[in-house]
Unconditional design. Structure first.
Length: 296
């Protein structure tokens, strides 16, 4: 009997001395609650954040889009002010579509680039060579695709545009499946957001000193024939008036002419294709004049 009691006591001591394993729990997203007790309880609701348990062990987590939006909504609340919500508001509405080529080797590589923290770049859509369309951000969110850019008087292109990346090295033609998928997507975006046909442009248009995408292989003429972008009337190239100022014409279309040679090259890469030098020939001016007139 004494032996049994002794064995039990040893078991108890061993059990008490053994450390329990604690499994770290992932960080919980802040929960927005409404407390109307402090300020004008009958009319004003004041969103507050529940404090997390300070004793809780946390692990780093990757935030989802929904988590990021929730956190941004929390940061947008001024805790020093009373709160009551208005009925009429919306998110930013896209009014431009900017087309890029990825200059990478695969759609998987591009998607990975847009998912690593240090890249600091993103796009709403990526379209593969086989026509696969991958959406990476809600259309109403602001992607980081345009970079330092300007079009007309707009210097924050990201805030009013949708970015579309085409899986292409920049040195090869775009596949039929890819362009067909792009046209379908553009039709959806144009209809849904009432985007003007003139507002479908390329990355090189808005950043002529830095970018050359999409390349000369991109079929801008075909897009324009389907209602996305501008093209000139090849059968009716009018003579240019003597007082025509091609610099003003480029600026009115939208190009930043601060670096005029870069603007000319961007225009010619898109409309001339076979000659992308930084000088305007008489033929180039006729095409520019034809394009310019389509903006009125």
């Amino acid at each position: 009997m004494r032996g049994i009691i002794g064995l039990c006591l040893v078991s108890v001591f061993v059990s008490c001395a053994t450390k329990k394993k604690v499994t770290p729990q992932p960080t919980k997203a802040p929960i927005i609650v409404v407390d109307s007790a402090k300020i004008k309880a009958e009319t004003v609701q004041v969103p507050q954040i529940q404090n997390q348990d300070p004793e809780e062990t946390s692990l780093p987590v990757i935030l989802t889009t929904e988590d990021r939006v929730r956190l941004m909504m929390r940061e947008g609340i001024n805790k020093q002010a009373d709160w009551t919500e208005a009925m009429h508001y919306d998110l930013r509405k896209p009014n431009y579509v900017i087309i890029h080529h990825t200059a990478q080797t695969s759609i998987a590589q591009t998607i990975r680039t847009f998912q690593v923290p240090h890249a600091k770049v993103s796009s709403h859509y990526v379209i593969g060579r086989d026509g696969q369309v991958v959406q990476m951000l809600n259309d109403y969110l602001r992607a980081w695709h345009a970079g330092r850019s300007k079009w007309g008087n707009i210097t924050d292109i990201n805030s009013m545009s949708i970015g579309i990346e085409l899986d292409n090295s920049g040195k090869e033609p775009f596949s039929e499946a890819q362009i067909s998928a792009l046209l379908t997507l553009l039709d959806t975006l144009k209809t849904k957001y009432q985007i003007p046909f003139t507002n479908f442009i390329g990355h090189a248009d808005i950043a002529p000193t830095r970018k050359d995408d999409p390349s000369v292989f991109f079929p801008w003429k075909r897009l324009a024939q389907n209602g996305f972008g501008v093209w000139y009337d090849e059968s009716n190239l009018e003579m240019v008036p003597e007082n025509f100022n091609y610099v003003d014409a480029l600026r009115i279309i939208g190009y930043d002419v601060t670096n005029l040679k870069a603007a000319i090259t961007a225009f010619k890469r898109k409309f001339i294709v076979v000659d992308v030098s930084d000088t305007m020939t008489a033929y180039d001016r006729r095409i520019l004049y034809n394009v310019y007139r389509r903006y009125f």
